[in-house]
Every structure is written in C-alpha cells, then in structure tokens.
Design a protein around this ligand. Structure first.
Ligand code: HEC
Length: 190
C-alpha cells in the first residue's frame, strides 16, 4: 500500500498553523466555523487512516506479526484505531481545549459510542445515508456549538474484518468503503 502526501495537504497544514496563530488571523483570513472544523477533521481523518493502514492493517492483516486488541496492555498488542483516536481526544480535553471530538456509530461495538443528542442522531443518520458531512448548530448545557459530523469509512480490510467478526457488533455485513460511523466535532460559538 502506498500513502502519498500531495502539495495541497501540505498547504492546508500551513494554512491551519497560520490560522491558529492568532484568533485575529482567523477573522482576517475569513475562516468560518465550517472551515476550521473541516481542517481539524482533515488532520484527524488522515492520522486515523495512516495508523490503520501502516500499523494495524500491515502488521496484523498482511504480515501477521502482531494483533490489535482492546486489551492491548494484557495482550501485548496494538492499540485499536478507535482507542488511538479516543486517547488523542482525551488528551486534547485534558489540555483544556474549547472544542471536542469523538467517534460514534449507529452500529456501535461499544454501546457508549451510540449517538445521544438529537443533532448526533440526525447527523449520523444523514451521514450514513449520503456519505457526506452534516453541519448544525447545537445548544448543550446553555452553550452554543457548531457541530460538524463526518463519515468514518471502511478504508482498509482490517476495519470490516474486525467489526464484522466482533461479538458485540450489531452489524456483520460491512463492506469496503461503507460508512461505519461518524466523527462528531464541536466548536464553541461566540
Ligand atoms: C482489531 C479490531 C478493529 C479494527 C481493525 C477497527 N476497529 Fe473500529 N472498533 C473496534 C472496537 C472493539 C471498537 C469499540 C472500542 C471502544 O470504544 O471501546 C471500535 C470502535 C469503532 C467506532 C465507534 C463506534 C463503535 O463501533 O463502538 C467506529 C466508527 C469504528 N470503530 C470504525 C472503524 C473503522 C472505519 C476502522 C478502519 C479504519 C476500524 N474501526 C478498525 C474494533 C476495530
């Protein structure tokens, strides 16, 4: 498998760095909530794909060197892609970020990952149907958020092999390219 980084992604990275250097830069560059959400998601999604392709799928499914396991510590195994994602988001929260993100699904292996708020339910259903992002403003605990919901797709065989065979998975017929769930990203609104 081959991962190529094109010039455009590099430019998005540079633009993001500049936009975050001061909040004034965001305004000056005309960056809106959707632009910031899309840029953050692009990084999350790319990191997630790289980990799943280059680490999990290569070492577990192709070379059969080491497995990925929920109980990675006891099993001396690789951390699951979903755990990698959650540990990152927990660290972001610990560092006091105003935004937050998580990985949810209408067919969750872990019931904690089912949609809960009305916007999550509406967004996940829409994304599963259309395969395209969903955006909506949402008020939670008296705070207003820009909520962006993106498709999380089966990019490699490891995704579907593991979910379809998992004893707690409510769905066993995922195919390559299917929407398996969604990344839900919330930005606080001024
Ligand atoms: C080796 C097994 C394994 C692989 C590979 C794997 N997953 Fe998962 N995935 C899980 C488990 C187990 C969970 C639940 C983890 C938790 O939250 O405790 C999960 C969680 C998820 C969730 C959150 C909803 C849920 O089911 O709890 C989504 C969405 C998801 N995975 C999609 C994917 C995609 C897309 C890929 C490939 C890029 C992938 N998974 C690769 C096992 C796997």
């Amino acid at each position: 498998m081959k991962i190529s980084f094109n010039k455009r992604n590099t430019l998005v990275g540079v633009a993001l760095g500049l936009a975050f250097s001061t909040s004034a830069a965001i305004a000056a560059d005309g960056w809106g909530y959707k632009d910031v959400a899309d840029a953050l998601h692009l990084i999350m999604d790319s990191d997630r794909t790289v980990y799943t392709k280059l680490i999990v799928n290569r070492l577990q499914n192709e070379e059969k060197v080491i497995k990925a396991s929920e109980h990675w510590k006891d099993d001396k195994a690789l951390v699951l892609p979903a755990q990698m994602f959650r540990y990152g988001s927990e660290l972001v929260a610990e560092k006091g970020a105003a935004f937050n993100y998580s990985l949810l699904s209408l067919w969750p292996v872990n019931k904690q990952n089912a949609p809960k708020t009305a916007v999550e339910k509406e967004g996940l259903a829409s994304v599963a149907k259309t395969g395209t992002p969903f955006y909506k403003e949402e008020t939670l605990g008296g705070k207003k958020y820009f909520t962006a919901i993106y498709p999380d797709k089966a990019v490699v065989k490891a995704c579907i092999a593991c979910h379809n065979a998992h004893k707690d998975s409510p769905r066993t017929d995922f195919k390559l390219g299917d929407v398996m769930g969604s990344v839900v990203l919330r930005l606080p609104m001024k």
